[in-house]
Write a protein that binds this ligand. Structure first.
Ligand code: UD1
Length: 339
């Protein structure tokens, strides 16, 4: 069966392509290469032995999306990653974010919704919970007003899907709310490739150790947490990628309880920034140059998942440890920097 993966050259998309191929799916990737390179196709092929079909296409151009669906009448489902994801940039350029993340979703659903079968997996985020009142966070925790246009696109995206499922019976959707994806494929053939200065913790750590950055700033150590630094649920990207395949199979096998379902995808374990640094130092054998800095505006104190629903309903569980993920992130950084 042929599956469309939008944003399939990106960090989570590329890992998901590999897992789909391992399960026997044929993959066609759409990517506009705005934040990814065509070279990622070489990495995917090195792992799976199969070069996925690829079309460089801008999903904001509805005519082109329609043309794509005409060229691929045999599509069995869509996994939709393509989106902009920089929180700060979204504050500066809200309309770009609404266009990139929402217009594209609408066009895809209009095309897919006209087919007899319409399985759809959506990349959502734990950002929809904001600072939740209770830990771990269940899917029933309230969705809080978004702190940024980026976060808002994830909330509105979920609403668009929920409303569409009510009136398009063949549309079957799973929205996956990711916690913090990190790491790289164990082969080090694909991984995260941030453009410019990384905003996220783990690529900043590996780039610092690789000598690209002088030091890591730990954003605040006076939070009400055991060591004073913020807590997140860091999930290995390969575990996360597998969750997409399992969610797709759930739809294809008619196992859904409702046409629109939401799952948290995390490990269920919270780790502090200092614990992540210690893990990096343990697996790399290097000490990291870091300083304690001011809090980052907008950061939440703590967020980690209750994964019971995903464990029980999807039959999926994260298996990699934080050390596994940090080692793979470091192996990837060393490979791309020739260290
Ligand atoms: C961030 C976004 C979130 C988005 C997610 C996508 C913000 C406020 N949140 O989540 O909306 O869905 O990325 O991946 O931008 N840290 C440092 N020093 C650094 C970088 C990070 O101490 O140089 C700390 C942060 O304060 C935080 C933790 O590391 O406590 C994780 O940060 P990050 O990787 O940016 O993820 P989130 O903030 O969880």
């Amino acid at each position: 069966m042929k599956i469309l993966v939008t944003g399939g050259l990106g960090f989570i998309g590329s890992h998901t392509v590999v897992e789909l191929q391992a399960e026997g799916f044929e993959v066609v990737i759409i990517d506009d290469c705005s934040n990814a390179s065509e070279n990622v196709l070489d990495g995917i092929s090195a792992i799976s032995g199969v070069r996925p079909l690829f079309e460089k296409l801008d999903l904001r151009i509805k005519h082109d999306v329609l043309g794509f669906f005409e060229r691929h009448p045999d599509l069995g489902g869509v996994i939709h990653f393509a989106a902009s994801k920089a929180v700060g940039e979204s504050v500066e350029k809200p309309l770009l974010y609404y266009e990139n993340n929402l217009n594209t979703l609408v066009y895809l659903l209009q095309c897919l919704g006209s087919k007899e079968q319409a399985p759809f997996i959506f990349s959502s985020s734990c950002t929809v919970y904001g600072q939740a009142d209770k830990m771990p966070i269940t899917e029933d925790a309230p969705v809080k007003p978004a702190e940024s246009p980026y976060g808002n696109t994830k909330q509105i995206g979920e609403e668009i899907l929920r409303d569409s499922c009510r009136v398009i019976p063949q549309l079957k959707v799973v929205a996956l709310r990711y916690f913090n994806p990190i790491g790289a494929h164990p082969s080090a053939d694909i991984g995260e490739l941030p453009i410019g200065v990384p905003q996220n913790l783990v690529p900043f750590i590996t780039q610092t150790a690789a000598g690209l950055r002088e030091k890591l700033s730990v954003f605040g150590n006076d939070y009400p947490t055991p060591d004073g630094t913020c807590i997140r649920d860091y999930i290995h990207v390969v575990d996360l990628a597998k969750a997409h395949v399992v969610a797709l199979q759930r739809i294809l096998n008619g196992k859904q309880k409702e046409n629109y379902e939401v799952f948290n995808i995390g490990t269920g374990k919270g780790s502090s920034v200092l614990e992540v640094i210690k893990s990096f130092e343990r697996v790399s054998g290097r000490s990291l140059n870091y300083v304690i800095a001011d809090r980052r505006p907008g950061d939440i104190i703590s967020a980690y998942a209750d994964t019971t629903r995903a464990n029980e309903e999807l039959g999926w569980k994260a298996i990699s440890t934080l050390d596994d993920a940090m080692k793979s992130a470091w192996d990837w950084e060393r490979k791309i920097r020739n260290i």
